[in-house]
Every structure is written in structure tokens, then in C-alpha cells.
Design a protein around this ligand. Structure first.
Ligand code: GLA
Length: 404
């Protein structure tokens, strides 16, 4: 008996302590677009459709982006006579099923937002509390593929119980839907959400800026804040991620007006190291409307970076060295190589070095290197690699596997 208990304990320890949500989805971090950061409540059916169009015409779908996620702002202020959620008739006159059909017709998938409490955060619309089965059934009927559930207006509720309820309601529909939970890391979801959800937010909201919010970050509710501050909180969580279960350090701010192109490139690189969901939020639309610049398109569509994020091993990377002239982040990949980011959070150009001993290698290793932003092989390099890294920027390389 003792032996069985020991073996069981070892098995559990090996796999994070709890079986993962068995819905077969999100074996790699979800990729897509979400309406919240750039549009807030000011979105509607027409702009979501043109975003789906742009996802295809910009080449982002071909690069791997899949989900078009309508965040807060789609719901009517009340349920219908049968208690069902319904769309805001002015903003979404054709209803959510028609929109999901349109998104599907583009070869994309459709995501929707709700809240675990009595009411959504800011839209004044009803939350899913007490209506989990009915709402999950509506989502399934409409053809939803991804559900994000927020955590506003939940006084007195237990997060694990509430999210388990929705998770089971979703499974009961029989329709595969990714389940993304958004309680901002308040209840340490990385410790319990693997059997419940495919991804869980690890922090409060990010803001469209580099590191704003430093002044309030240690005060209660010190969010939203710049992605650099969110990044700082991620290293202890790396061990909790894996295929089907991802830490979610929040949506990308890449291409939004508060970041420079260099800062956008840095966020994209580090989110790939973190095995984070790659959910863009910038205005993708082209034509007369505000267009995505070619530089931003190139960042979001960088297939070498996307391959790191989507690596089948599913091991989240972490910061392996900090101090001196900058930081070194590393993620081990399925082919035995390592993705490495030299990150310069300072305001001036820095020379940053990574030694192979920093990334789990031997000093004597000869590693083939490739620059993932320049798309260039750098030859076989011994001991380590040194690069000049622009202010608020990165150099990202793939190192290895070692040459025997
Ligand atoms: C919360 C969430 C955000 C977004 C908004 C919408 O702040 O954390 O991601 O969904 O609500 O109101």
C-alpha cells in the first residue's frame, strides 16, 4: 500500500498535481485576436467582420492566428424571457450565431466573453452566475469555439467552484470550446485550474504602455500596468504550464499606440518565451480605416517566433539571468535547442552576453545559432554569444542543439 501511495505521489508530482482539462484543445497556446485593448466597448458586428477579413488578407491566419474573440460589450443589458443571454441589438443586429458563421466562413474560430459573477465588469450586462448551463448551451448553439470568463461582481463566490461549474457546463454541451479564465491571478489559479481551464490569467490587466503603473503597483488593485511589470511577475509560474494548460500574462499590446515598434518586438519575443497565448489586440483592418503598419504585421507574422511560442514540448521559459547590462530569458524546445532572448529594459543601447552555462549547457558546447528576427544563421558558436541590444529592445536567437 505504502508503495502505491509513493508511486502515486511521484506521478502527481511529475504532472503538476492534477489531471489537465480533458477537452483536447489548446495543446499549444491559443493564437488569435481580441477586441478589448484597442476598442473596449466600442465595437460592433461590422468591425468584427472586417477584422476577420483582415486576419485573412494580412496573412496572419496563414501564420497561425485562429480565434476572433469578442470581449465585453456584445451583450444586451438583460436576458430574454427564457433567461437566455442575447446580443446588444444595436451593435450586433444579426446576432451572435450569424457572426460566428461569418467568422467560420473565413476558416477562423469564434470566441466570446462572459463573467462568472452577477454582472460583467463594465458593460452593465448580466454575468453567468446561476446561468452556467444555459449560457454554455447558448454559446454551443451559436457555434462558439472559445469562452473567456471574467471575475467581476463575484463577492462571496469561490473562484475554483465557480469556474468548475462553467467548465462542466461547457463540457456538457459536447461542443469543443477552449475555456479561458480571467480572475487576474487573485486566487493562484496556476495551482488548481489545470483540470478546469485551458488558460488562466496570471495578473490584472495590462495597459498600452511599456512600464507605466510602477507607482501604484504595490497598492491594492494596482492594475492596469505596462507589460514589462507583468513580465517581472511571471518567472515563478513557469512550471505550471504545459500542453492544454497555459499561464496567461494577458493580451498582446503589440501595435497599439502606447508602444514603439521596438517595444512591440520585445513583448512578442518574451510572450513566445513564456508560451503565452498570442492574442493580438491592435486594429488589424486595412483600407480607409486605421491600418496596421508593415512593421507591426511583420512582428505578428514572424513565423520563427511563432514556432517558439507554439513549440510542441510546451515548456514555459523563464528568466535565467538578470542584472548588469540586461536580462537573459530562455525556453527549452522540443528539438533539444533553446530559444534565448537578450532583453534590454534600459533606456540606452547595451551589450548583453549569454553564456551557454546560463542556459543549461556546458561552456565547451558548440551551438549552431540563428537570429530569429534577422532570419540569419550565425554559425557555430562556442561558450556564449554577445550582442548589442537596443534600448527597450531584444535580440532573439535559437541556440543548438549542440554539435557532437
Ligand atoms: C476585465 C478583464 C479584461 C477585459 C475587461 C472587460 O478587466 O480582465 O481582460 O475582459 O474586464 O470589461
Amino acid at each position: 500500500m505504502m508503495r502505491i501511495v509513493t508511486v502515486l505521489a511521484m506521478l502527481l508530482a511529475c504532472c503538476g498535481g492534477a489531471p489537465a482539462l480533458d477537452n483536447g484543445l489548446a495543446r499549444t497556446p491559443p493564437m488569435g485576436w481580441n477586441s478589448w485593448n484597442a476598442f473596449g466597448l466600442k465595437m460592433n458586428e461590422a468591425m468584427i467582420r472586417s477584422t476577420a477579413d483582415a486576419m485573412v488578407s494580412s496573412g496572419l491566419k496563414a501564420a497561425g492566428y485562429e480565434y476572433i474573440i469578442v470581449d465585453a460589450g456584445w451583450k444586451a443589458k438583460s436576458r430574454d424571457a427564457a433567461g437566455r443571454l442575447r446580443a446588444d441589438a444595436e451593435k450586433f443586429p444579426s446576432g451572435m450565431k450569424a457572426l460566428a458563421d461569418y467568422v467560420h466562413s473565413k476558416g477562423l474560430k469564434f470566441g466570446i466573453y462572459t463573467d462568472a459573477g452577477s454582472e460583467d465588469c463594465v458593460s452593465g450586462a448580466p454575468g453567468s452566475r446561476g446561468f452556467e448551463e444555459l449560457d454554455a448551451a447558448s454559446f454551443a448553439e451559436w457555434g462558439v469555439d472559445y469562452v473567456k470568463e471574467d471575475w467581476c461582481n463575484t463577492t462571496g463566490m469561490n473562484a475554483r467552484e465557480a469556474y468548475t461549474k462553467m467548465s462542466q457546463a461547457i463540457l456538457k454541451t459536447g461542443r469543443p470550446m477552449v475555456f479561458s479564465i480571467c480572475e487576474w491571478g487573485d486566487n493562484r489559479p496556476w495551482e488548481w485550474a489545470a483540470p478546469v481551464a485551458n488558460l488562466w490569467r496570471t495578473t490584472g490587466d495590462s495597459k498600452d504602455c511599456w512600464d507605466c503603473g510602477r507607482e501604484t503597483m504595490n497598492k491594492p488593485g494596482g492594475y492596469p500596468r505596462g507589460w514589462v511589470l507583468i513580465l517581472d511577475a511571471q518567472p515563478p509560474l513557469a512550471a505550471y504550464a504545459g500542453p492544454g494548460d497555459w499561464n496567461d500574462p494577458d493580451l498582446l499590446q503589440v501595435g497599439n499606440s502606447g508602444l514603439t515598434t521596438e517595444e512591440s518586438r520585445a513583448q512578442f519575443s518574451l510572450w513566445a518565451i513564456l508560451a503565452a497565448p498570442l492574442i493580438a489586440t491592435n486594429d488589424l483592418r486595412s483600407g480607409d480605416l486605421q491600418a496596421m503598419t508593415p512593421e507591426i504585421r511583420e512582428i505578428l507574422a514572424n513565423r520563427e517566433l511563432i514556432a517558439v511560442d507554439q513549440d510542441s514540448r510546451g515548456t514555459e521559459g523563464t528568466r535565467v539571468r538578470v542584472g548588469g547590462s540586461g536580462e537573459v530569458w530562455m525556453r527549452p524546445l522540443a528539438d533539444g535547442s533553446r530559444a534565448v532572448v537578450l532583453f534590454n529594459p534600459s533606456q540606452s543601447l547595451q551589450t548583453i552576453r549569454v553564456r551557454w552555462t546560463d542556459i543549461g549547457g556546458k561552456q565547451t558546447d558548440s551551438l549552431p545559432l540563428r537570429d530569429l528576427w534577422k532570419h540569419q544563421d550565425l554559425g557555430i558558436v562556442k561558450q556564449g554569444y554577445t550582442a548589442k541590444v537596443p534600448a527597450h529592445g531584444v535580440v532573439m536567437i535559437k541556440a543548438g542543439p549542440p554539435i557532437k
